[in-house]
Design a binder for this molecule. Structure first.
Ligand SMILES: [Zn+2]
Length: 334
C-alpha cells in the first residue's frame, strides 16, 4: 500500500495518493464532450425536458421508432392505427429537430409486439414513407416470442419481417431488428411497477422461453439472407450474452446493446466492455431504447460512456460505438 501523506493536517484525511490521481480514465476529458447518436429510442413518449437532457449531454442525432406498439389504444390493431403512429412520428420529428440542438431521424415499420391485421396494406404504403428525408430505417421489427394481448403466429411474423426487409433492400434503408427478452416472466415481480405494461397483457411464448432471443435472431438472419439484404444494413438490437457470439462470429451485422433499462434488458456495462475487447468496436452500437412506458434515465447514454471509460475502454472505441457506427449504419451526417 502506498504511503499517504497528510501534509499540514492534524488528522488523517484519507487524501488520494498522486498515483491514484493519475488513474487513467480521469487523465482524459474527451469522453465528457464526446458527441453521441442514439440509434433507437421512442422519443415521442418522452418529455421536452427529457429531450433537453440529450442536448445537455452531447446528443447529435436520435432515431425515433414510429411504431410505438404501446400507443395502440385498443386491439386488434388495424393498418390505420399504425399509419396514425407513422404520421405522428413524421409530424413531431420535425418539431423536435426544430426545438433542439440534435437532429431527429425516424424509423418506420411494423412492430411484431402487437399483431396487426391486414398488414399487407402497410407494406404497400411503406416505400412512400421511406422516401421522406428524415426516415433512415425500417423498424423496429423482428421475430418476437410474445405479443401484447393478441398472438402473432410465427409464419405470419416471418412474412411481415421478410416484406419489410425487402422494402429496406429496395429503398436502401437500415433495419432495426428488435429481439425478444423483455417479455412475460422476464421482469421480476417487484419491478413490475417500473413498467406500464404488466405480465397479464403478454401472450404465451411461441419460442422456447429459455432460448427465445437466440432462436429469434437465427430466424431474423435466415430471412435477411433469403431477401438478400446486406448484413451491414442490419442492427440486431437489445443484445444480451446469449447472442453476442452468434452475431459477431456468424454475421456482419451490427450488434446493439440497449442501456436505458438494465433491470429489464439484463445487460450491464461490463458485458459491453468485454464484447468490445473481444470483437473490437467496428460492429457494436450502444443505444438507449428510452421509452416513457419504462422507468428510465435520459442521461443513460452519457453515463454509459463514462462507465466504459472507467472500465478502460479507449476513447476511439467509445466514439465508434456511440457515434461513428450509427453514422455509418444510417448514412447520416450529424
Ligand atoms: Zn425493441
Amino acid at each position: 500500500m502506498t504511503e499517504r501523506s497528510n501534509g499540514p493536517t492534524e488528522r488523517d484525511i484519507g487524501r488520494s495518493t498522486d498515483e491514484e490521481l493519475e488513474y487513467k480514465p480521469k487523465g482524459s476529458t474527451e469522453v465528457t464532450t464526446m458527441p453521441w447518436i442514439d440509434s433507437h429510442q421512442h422519443t415521442q413518449t418522452l418529455t421536452l425536458n427529457d429531450r433537453e437532457r440529450f442536448d445537455l449531454s452531447g446528443c447529435r442525432a436520435a432515431v425515433m421508432i414510429a411504431a410505438g406498439y404501446y400507443w395502440s389504444p385498443y386491439r386488434p390493431v388495424s393498418p390505420s392505427d399504425v399509419r396514425f403512429l407513422w404520421d405522428d412520428a413524421l409530424r413531431r420529428g420535425r418539431s423536435f429537430s426544430r426545438a433542439h440542438f440534435y437532429e431527429q431521424y425516424i424509423a418506420i415499420g411494423i412492430h411484431t409486439w402487437s399483431r396487426v391485421d391486414d398488414w399487407q396494406e402497410l407494406i404497400n404504403a411503406l416505400p412512400g414513407y421511406a422516401n421522406e428525408k428524415e426516415v433512415v430505417a425500417i423498424g423496429e421489427t423482428g421475430i418476437e416470442s410474445t405479443q401484447h394481448t393478441l398472438q402473432w403466429d410465427l409464419e405470419d411474423q416471418r412474412a411481415v419481417l421478410a416484406a419489410q426487409m425487402d422494402v429496406a433492400r429496395e429503398e436502401d434503408l437500415a433495419v432495426i431488428v428488435h429481439t425478444p427478452g423483455s417479455n412475460k416472466g422476464a421482469i421480476p415481480e417487484w419491478m413490475l411497477d417500473n413498467y406500464e405494461e404488466n405480465n397479464a397483457n403478454f401472450t404465451e411464448s411461441i419460442l422456447d422461453p429459455e432460448n427465445a432471443k437466440l432462436e429469434a435472431v437465427e430466424i431474423d438472419i435466415e430471412i435477411m439472407n433469403d431477401i438478400g439484404l446486406k448484413d451491414e444494413r442490419v442492427l440486431i438490437d437489445h443484445a444480451d450474452e446469449t447472442v453476442i457470439e452468434y452475431v459477431m462470429d456468424e454475421t456482419n451485422c451490427y450488434l446493439g446493446f440497449t442501456v436505458s433499462a438494465p433491470w429489464l434488458r439484463n445487460i450491464d456495462v461490463e458485458v459491453i466492455a468485454e464484447a468490445i475487447e473481444t470483437y473490437g468496436s467496428d460492429r457494436i452500437i450502444i443505444d438507449t431504447d428510452l421509452a416513457g412506458s419504462l422507468k428510465n434515465d435520459p442521461f443513460c447514454m452519457k453515463r454509459t460512456m463514462f462507465d466504459l471509460a472507467r472500465l478502460g475502454v479507449s476513447e476511439s472505441d467509445i466514439r465508434n460505438v456511440v457515434y461513428e457506427n450509427p453514422k455509418q449504419l444510417y448514412g447520416i451526417d450529424a
